[in-house]
Design a protein around this ligand. Structure first.
Ligand code: SAH
Ligand code: SF4
Ligand code: F3S
Length: 450
């Protein structure tokens, strides 16, 4: 296809790791002559980067494929071809089955094999790849990464060995794998050169990251990796997500005490507040262990904003179990949280149980839990009114003259201000707070150059 510009539309479902993978695919396809466009109607190639975590997410892919079939047919009438690739976790979980169910699909490529897309498009490789070639993937991915604004995701760890009994991730993303410290360090430095001020280190179990250190000593954990990255000049903020309570070690907790650029925000999913349910979920920790962790983290960084994930209605969950979850939320206090009704996933142990919870019970429990979590989120946001917070501005706001950024606690913050502040850190006095965002006014110009 050399010489002719082609167009690719990439639609991303699911978690931030898919967002990162989509950015990598865009870069990779860019080197093959593809420009990224915003809608399927104008695209020669459409990539659906899919999520398998809950039934709804997976089924959406098939409704999208129905719509894409119509677009492909309409474009064919104009003499244009449209190629369709399904990538991501549904691709991994269903493989060849996708092309049986939706023959409109040309390529199926799993989350650890999308580096082969260029060869597939040229007909040099099989149009179905779902093996776990993690090293090969990072090896073949473009070494230069286009930065897109002042914040960026960097995958440092992939896969999961935990096998929680509700979850498909160990099957769709494979075993735990840590990228080398050198590779991560190089990628972050490149991003910073392109103007990135904040990186979020990503992994399905990001705090399970472990690899040989760059100082010739023993292996590093995530805390040491963060300490190393914190030295990079121009990098103003580091975040990481998602953590598992079992992998939250003392080194990482100490990093929250010692490293200024590590933001005071921690996403530490607990899923349930009942020891019985945690055991049934195979989470590998008790509530007592979780409480002790939270105490240690708050001792290290008293202002830390805690976030979590919750599942209601896991098979066998009783009213008393659910009350334990509400009680845990009341005791701990979350700044933000995600909560879901249990979704029965094919191939997982939870799906085989015969004590599934009725949908209406799950719905009632979810709404009670969400009421509580939302009230905590609003209270946390309101607690910042009157305070001055450093905000990293990353985009225009919704209204004329408005810009938007993030607080250290990951809240969106809106102010009236000039566009040239995007990409800089500026102090903002918070004057009001809602459920999802704060607003305020600028108190100083950029503290550091863009
Ligand atoms: N590795 C992370 C979670 C990744 S999946 C961790 O262990 O915390 C993101 C979230 O999706 C999970 O935390 C869980 O709350 C939710 N989830 C996973 N499988 C689910 C299922 N079968 N039904 C409902 N929610 C699910
Ligand atoms: Fe899924 Fe559990 Fe692994 Fe998280 S730790 S990805 S919930 S199996
Ligand atoms: Fe979904 Fe796969 Fe992420 S199942 S949540 S896209 S790891």
């Amino acid at each position: 296809m050399s010489g002719t510009k082609k167009r690719v539309f990439i639609k991303t479902f699911g978690c931030q790791m898919n967002v990162y993978d989509s950015a990598q695919m865009a870069t990779l396809l860019g080197t093959e002559g593809y420009d990224e466009v915003g809608e399927a109607e104008n695209a020669d190639l459409v990539v659906l980067n899919t999520c398998h975590i809950r039934e709804k997410a997976a089924e959406k892919v098939y409704s999208d494929l129905g719509r894409l079939r119509q677009i492909k047919e309409a474009r064919a009438k104009d003499g244009k071809t449209t190629q369709i690739a399904v990538a991501g976790c549904v691709a991994q979980a269903e493989g060849a089955e996708i092309r049986r169910r939706a023959p409109v699909v040309d390529y199926v490529v799993g989350p650890q094999s999308y580096q082969r897309l260029p060869q597939m498009l040229r007909g040099e490789e099989d149009p179905l790849a779902t093996d776990f070639a993690v090293d090969d993937k990072f090896e073949r991915l473009a070494k230069k990464r286009a930065a897109n604004g002042p914040t960026a995701f960097v995958t440092v760890q992939e896969g999961c060995d935990k096998f929680c009994s509700f979850c498909v991730v160990p099957y769709t993303r494979g075993a735990e794998h840590s990228r080398s410290a050198q590779e991560i360090s190089t990628e972050v430095r490149t991003l910073v050169r392109y103007g990135v001020r904040e990186v979020t280190l990503l992994g399905q179990n990001v705090n399970a990251w472990a690899a040989p250190g760059l100082d010739g000593g023993k292996d590093w954990g995530l805390g040491e990796l963060i300490a190393h990255l914190a030295q990079i000049e121009g990098l103003a903020r580091i975040r990481y997500t998602t953590s598992h309570p079992r992998d939250m070690d003392d080194g990482l907790i100490a990093a929250h005490r010692d490293i200024d650029v590590l933001m005071p925000y921690l996403h530490l999913p607990v899923q349930s507040g009942s020891d019985g349910v945690l055991k049934a979920m195979n989470r590998g920790h008790t509530m007592d262990m979780y409480y002790r962790l939270i105490d240690n983290i708050r001792a290290a960084r008293p202002d830390i904003a805690l976030s979590g994930d919750f599942i209601v209605g896991y098979p066998g969950e009783s009213d008393a179990d659910f009350e334990d979850t509400l009680k845990a939320v009341r005791d701990i206090g979350y700044a933000s949280a995600y909560s879901f009704k249990y979704s029965r996933r094919p191939g997982t142990p939870g799906a085989k149980r015969d004590d599934q919870i009725p949908e209406d019970v799950k719905a009632d429990r979810l709404s009670a839990l969400q009421d509580l979590l939302v009230s905590q989120q609003i209270a946390f946001n309101e607690s910042l009114i009157g305070k001055t917070l450093p905000v990293l501005f990353d985009k225009k706001g919704r209204h004329e003259g408005q810009i938007c950024g993030r607080s250290p606690y990951l809240q969106s913050v809106y102010v009236q201000g000039p566009l040239h502040l995007i990409g800089t850190l500026v102090d903002v006095k918070i004057t009001s707070a809602g459920r999802n965002a704060l607003s305020g006014h600028l108190v100083s110009e950029a503290m550091s150059p863009a």
